[in-house]
Design a protein around this ligand. Structure first.
Ligand SMILES: [Zn+2]
Length: 424
């Protein structure tokens, strides 16, 4: 049994972020779950945290690209140039599984150091590298949804094998890894985006995901140019969402990245099918793809998680992404003509998206994202700037969100194991 002590921050809903001082959190290391949460005095010795420390659920990053880990912050490119100059060359390196393993180690260390405990990440179109990455994720303790990138058109030749080959490879990798490590690792069939996938590949991915019970992750409505390009490849489909519906890719276990260019009907279709939209506000601005109308999507009932979208998102620290979500919503509000009068999302909503809300959007909210007895013990012990402890409670969650830094993260636990930031 491990004992943590500090101020507990626990988002309950998108408007209610509970803060409880002097809280003791007990972790059952053997079970990998929280055993008890209480306000009794902590024992004098052998306690993690203590005065000035806060205990938070670990962060959820629901959209990023592992092969681009070492390509963050390369500015000045359009989305099309980004694909040609960054994405495909970065992924081509995964033809070498040894390289993939080394980069996966850096990826795991980097995310854990930034407090991310759950990810949904895309790989490259290489089966051997995908298997090797799963081995690293198993060893390093990250909670991960991961999968081989699938594409069979409009991509460089070597990384664009026939649909049958890719589906066979993906099925075998999914059968090997999906649900392994006590459910910590899961597989996502990952068609890159409609412009790069044949109908055969998309239908095959949807069928296999349903048969094995896996996730599906892809990109939708990322920019106006992308949407127009998809129309050229699929002139009969009204829009990305109609095409995905036709391919049976809209499911409660589907994660759609971006969704910047979605109209009223599309967002309602996403909500009806309980598909999750992964909002990547830093990436959307970095590549000038656009600003997603978070408030309109939420009003339509769309399920949301946040994604760093590394590397088109330059920061892998999820509080940066959450702050960008708030700021993008406010920028759209203040620049709207005619003026819009709704309440923009606040810090409580950002914390909820970062933790329990994000876990719910990944269909794992019943066991991850909440610090409560029986839930997977995924949490952070952080030491924020001390003045935050003296603020009125209603200001603390906001101040912590805007000022927390990765170097203030002292301990990261996933499934009850201390996985970082460095060796204890
Ligand atoms: Zn992406």
């Amino acid at each position: 049994m491990k004992t943590l002590h500090g101020t507990l921050l626990q988002p309950r809903t998108s408007t209610d972020c509970e803060i409880q001082t002097d809280t003791t959190v007990r972790i059952d290391e053997a079970a990998g779950t929280f055993a008890a949460i209480g306000t009794e005095r902590a024992p004098a010795t052998d306690v993690v945290g203590g005065a000035g420390c806060w205990i938070l659920p670990g962060f959820v990053d629901a959209h990023l690209h592992l092969p681009q880990w070492d390509r963050r912050g390369i500015d000045g490119l359009s989305l099309t140039e980004w694909h040609q100059q960054v994405v495909h060359p970065a992924e081509a390196r995964f033809a070498d599984p040894d390289f993939a393993e080394r980069l996966a180690e850096d990826f795991a260390s980097g995310l854990i150091a930034r407090g991310t405990t759950s990810v949904a990440a895309f790989g490259s179109p290489h089966a051997a590298a995908t298997d090797r990455v799963f081995r690293v994720l198993a060893r390093r303790g990250l909670r991960a949804i991961y999968g081989q990138m699938l594409n069979d058109m409009n991509c460089p030749g070597k990384e664009c094998p026939p649909a049958d080959k890719q589906l066979d490879e993906a099925r075998d990798t999914a059968a090997k890894w999906h649900g392994s490590e006590n459910g910590r690792l899961q597989y996502a069939f990952s068609p890159r985006q409609p412009r790069c996938c044949s109908e055969k590949l998309m239908r095959g991915a949807a069928a296999l995901a349903e048969m094995i019970g896996c996730y599906i992750q892809t990109h939708a409505g990322e920019s106006h140019d992308e949407v127009l390009a998809v129309r050229e490849s699929y002139p009969d489909a009204l829009d990305d969402i109609e095409l995905f519906a036709e391919m049976k890719l809209l499911t409660p276990r589907t994660l759609l990245g971006h969704g910047v260019v979605l109209d009223h009907d599309e967002r309602h279709r996403i909500a009806e099918t309980q598909t999750t939209l992964v909002h990547c506000p830093t990436a959307n601005l970095f590549l000038e793809a656009g600003m997603m109308d978070y408030v309109a999507h939420r009003k339509a009932g769309v399920r949301f998680a946040l994604g760093s979208s590394v590397a088109s998102g330059p920061s892998a620290f999820m509080p940066h992404v959450a702050v960008a979500c708030l700021q993008t919503a406010r920028a759209m509000k203040v620049h709207a003509v005619p003026r819009r009068s709704y309440a923009a999302p606040q810090a409580a909503e950002a914390w909820w998206l970062l933790t329990s809300g994000g876990a719910q959007a990944l269909s794992m909210g019943d066991r991850v994202g909440t610090i409560a007895a029986g839930f997977a013990a995924d949490c952070l012990v952080v030491r924020p700037e001390p003045w935050i402890n003296a603020l009125p409670e209603e200001a603390q969650a906001s101040a912590l969100l805007y000022t927390l830094r990765p170097d203030q993260i002292e301990h990261v636990f996933i499934a009850g194991c201390r996985v970082g930031p460095q060796a204890a």
